[in-house]
Design a protein around this ligand. Structure first.
Ligand SMILES: Cc1cc2nc3c(=O)[nH]c(=O)nc-3n(C[C@H](O)[C@H](O)[C@H](O)COP(=O)(O)O)c2cc1C
Length: 303
């Protein structure tokens, strides 16, 4: 079957893309597969100035997943544009840039810088990072603050598609989803990591220098699926689902509850070629299950 999907006007060859922060700037994965085979490439969160991130240790393994507190380490938007973007196959596979900023104005500045880059197809606004002190999840927990960021980004993003990435660390995700939709988001992606911690009884210390980190991987999939379902039932704009996806069956589960496409993160840590093999696995599974149109399958959950 044709695996094409369309997200807010963006044509993808298939619904599988990388999740920001787990795929570097894309180029690191060239030894493991053909970047052009992916639906889209979502790169690490970029800020205006480079950031060195949080102190180490900043990754801890947990049963069925991992905790991270990277703290948005990145090379800064200008270096990305100069050194990384030209090496990506952006004319054949859409490149989505994930944005991190500490104020609505700074988010808008990033959107303006990227709005004139032909190699960038969409902006994914990260208002959901649980691991930074300023400018992280507090935007994503307050509907008014979330809406202000989206309005300012939308005003400067020109023709670029604006995707807003939501946090699961909220009481009612539907409220935030509706707020960003009304403020002009073209698309919503979710979920970012769930806030968590791990401790070591022998050293009596937290496993992460930051104490708290973001939980990702298979452990969070049921939470992610529930939230994607809730958001898909609350907004009209397309939704990209993620959280613990590691197989083609997982991909179809997220589409069944309404997602148009998915992102895969932690699964690439255990198998760096996973994104690439997933595309073929999805093709085979759709054939096996007799699914011949994503249009018809998406959101077709029976109750
Ligand atoms: C090491 C690491 C770094 C991440 N960095 C970012 C980031 O820069 N921006 C962002 O929006 N999400 C970031 N995330 C969150 C992922 O994009 C994704 O939302 C989350 O991991 C859930 O998907 P998964 O369970 O498939 O990993 C990061 C996750 C991990 C594990």
């Amino acid at each position: 079957m044709n695996l094409n999907v369309n997200i807010a006007g963006l044509e993808l060859k298939n619904p599988i893309m990388s999740a920001s922060g787990t795929f570097g700037y894309g180029l690191e994965f060239i030894p493991y597969g053909n970047l052009e085979d992916l639906g889209a490439i979502v790169v690490k969160g970029l800020s205006i100035k480079p950031r060195s991130g949080n102190p180490m240790p900043r990754i801890a393994e947990t049963p069925c997943g991992m905790l991270n507190a990277i703290g948005l380490q990145n090379i800064g938007v200008e270096r990305f544009i100069q050194d990384k973007l030209p090496l990506l196959p952006w004319d054949r596979t859409p490149v989505i840039v994930n944005l991190y900023a500490q104020s609505a104005g700074e988010f808008a500045q990033l959107a303006e810088i990227l709005s004139s880059e032909p190699g960038v197809a969409a902006l994914e606004v990260n208002i959901s990072c649980p691991n930074v002190k300023e400018g992280g999840v507090q935007f994503g927990q307050d509907p008014l603050a979330a809406a202000e960021v989206v309005r300012k980004v939308r005003a400067k993003a020109g023709k670029k598609i604006v995707i807003v990435k939501l946090s699961p660390n909220v009481t009612d995700i539907k409220v935030i989803a509706r707020a960003v939709e009304s403020a002009g988001a073209d698309c919503i992606s979710l979920i970012n990591t769930l806030s968590g911690m791990a401790v070591d009884v022998r050293t009596r210390k937290p496993c992460l220098a930051n104490v708290f980190g973001g939980l990702s991987g298979p452990a969070i999939k049921p939470v992610a699926l529930r939230m994607v379902y809730e958001v898909c039932s609350s907004v009209r704009i397309p939704v990209i689902g993620m959280g613990g996806i590691s197989s083609a069956l997982d991909v179809l589960e997220f589409m069944l509850v309404g997602a148009c496409a998915v992102q895969v993160g932690t699964a690439t840590f255990t198998r760096p070629d996973r994104l690439f093999s997933l595309v073929n696995e999805l093709r085979e599974l759709t054939r096996e299950l007799g699914i011949d149109s994503f249009e018809e399958f998406r959101g077709s959950l029976k109750k």
